[in-house]
Design a protein around this ligand. Structure first.
Ligand code: BV8
Ligand code: ZN
Length: 239
């Protein structure tokens, strides 16, 4: 299924971080339950009530200091080290893939660690104690108030050209821990299969677009991924 020279693109969603203790979006205890999406994850919400949005993100930024990568994140970093051509695209805004050792990584929805200036465009990772309170943080470049470096609904995801370019050339596309609910990430499966890629889904429940996958492994990514990666590496080294 996967040899050393197989070109692989992986797309992850909130499900891969669930076993690290980070809540997913659409589970019953999902993040959005306490807040309407429009109030905390849209530019309009930020304009209408910046303090509410800032506190929502500060709470999630502080949580980053308490969580660790799980075996699913670690298995993906091992797969990357083994393969010649690997790209990890994540919808997640946590830093668990980096901390597990992933390198060729695109955060298409932004990163919790980083803050962005709406005036001068300065982007900086700011995770010291004084950057994690409910008080706004000033831009170190121009002094303006910083916003979360997060792609909200209605905003354009990051590095979409780079992602679509990789999808048009990959041999295998693997979607892990995503409900297939949010566009354009939900469309990446079709872009990959349109170019003849084999499509694999690893998920706790069947996602919305399940019928378009060639293979579906149902279960927790923290349990399935280490076994699958070990099997793929073993199978391809005996050939
Ligand atoms: C754009 C940052 C144009 C915020 C996020 C009507 C119809 C269709 C589309 C639209 C529409 N109206 C508007 C749109 C577009 C909109 C959209 O898709 N809306 C949805 C709600 C319908 N999209 C946008 O606005 C995007 N921008 O379209 O711009 C454009 C497009 C292309 C090119 C140029 C321009 C911007 C979307 C970005 C929004 N920001 N995140 C933040 O994080 O605070 S999205 C947010 O949802 C997170 O990033 C999250 O990752 C993402 C998707 O959710 P999932 O990751 O899938 O998480 P979820 O909880 O849904 O599912 C978890 C899954 O894991 C489940 O299936 C579960 O079974 C599984 N699981 C759980 N535990 C485990 C597990 N699996 C394995 N192991 C486990 N242990
Ligand atoms: Zn600035």
């Amino acid at each position: 299924m996967i040899a050393k020279n197989t070109r692989v693109v992986v797309l992850t969603g909130a499900g891969i971080s669930a076993e690290s203790g980070i809540r997913t979006f659409r589970a019953s205890d999902g993040l959005w339950e306490e807040h309407r999406i429009e109030d905390v994850a849209t530019p309009q919400g930020w304009r209408d009530n910046p303090q509410l949005v800032w506190s929502f993100y500060q709470q999630r930024r502080r949580q980053l200091l308490e969580v660790e990568p799980n075996p699913g994140h670690i298995a993906l970093a091992e797969l990357e080290r083994y393969l010649d051509d690997f790209l990890l695209v994540t919808q997640n805004v946590d830093d668990l893939h980096e901390r597990a050792g992933s390198n060729n990584l695109i955060h298409m929805h932004g990163e919790l660690e980083k803050l962005r200036c709406e005036d001068c465009g300065h982007i900086e990772a700011m995770m010291d104690e004084e950057h994690l309170t409910d008080v706004f943080v000033a831009c170190t470049n121009c002094g303006s108030r910083l916003r979360p470096h997060i792609v909200w609904f209605g905003e354009i995801p990051l590095q979409t050209h780079e992602i679509e370019n990789a999808l048009s050339q990959c041999d295998v596309f693997i979607a892990i821990g995503t409900s297939g609910h949010v566009y354009p990430a939900s469309n990446y499966l079709h872009k990959a299969s349109m170019h003849g890629a084999r499509t694999i889904c690893i998920n706790l429940d069947p996602p919305e677009n399940i019928e378009f996958f060639n293979d579906f492994f149902q279960g927790k990514s923290g349990e399935l991924l280490p076994e699958l990666v070990e099997q793929w590496i073993k199978d391809s080294t005996v050939e």
